[in-house]
Ligand binder design. Structure first.
Ligand code: ZN
Length: 133
């Protein structure tokens, strides 16, 4: 079951160029930075109340983030909802004819399990489900 928004993913060309904006101008606490190899991204996280802002920088030209930026430019990439049972929610969405990018949860940033639903069947919003396990 979906509980709340967990984070908002933003595609960026260069994380270090945007640190000043999020950390110093908006004043959001910087949580940390890590590389998620299976997603070919570097991730920087900021805390905004209960929600995190996740900056995503491609680590290779074949990264989904590189493709996204080539097509649409920098900006909001996805909305992530916190789920208490990703597999259940995925199965349920699939039953309702939602196209899934990941049929099973993958390893994501922040030691979370994540799965994406395709924006073509979620009204243009790339949607991620995530959970702690
Ligand atoms: Zn995310």
């Amino acid at each position: 079951m979906i509980k709340k928004i967990d984070h908002i993913g933003i595609a960026v060309n260069n994380i270090s160029e945007q640190l000043v904006y999020y950390r110093d101008i908006l004043g959001l606490p910087f949580v940390g930075e890590e590389e998620v190899q299976n997603q070919q991204v570097k991730v920087a996280m900021f805390q905004a109340g209960e929600i995190r802002i996740e900056l995503l920088e491609a680590t290779s030209e074949t990264s989904p983030i590189a493709k996204f930026i080539a097509k649409k430019g920098e900006g909001i990439h996805h909305i992530a909802y916190h789920s208490d049972n990703i597999q259940n929610d995925l199965d349920n969405a699939k039953e309702q004819r939602i196209r899934l990018i990941n049929e099973t949860p993958q390893q994501g940033a922040d030691n979370k399990k994540i799965a994406f639903m395709h924006p073509k069947s979620t009204f243009g919003v790339l949607t991620e489900l995530c959970s702690e396990e």
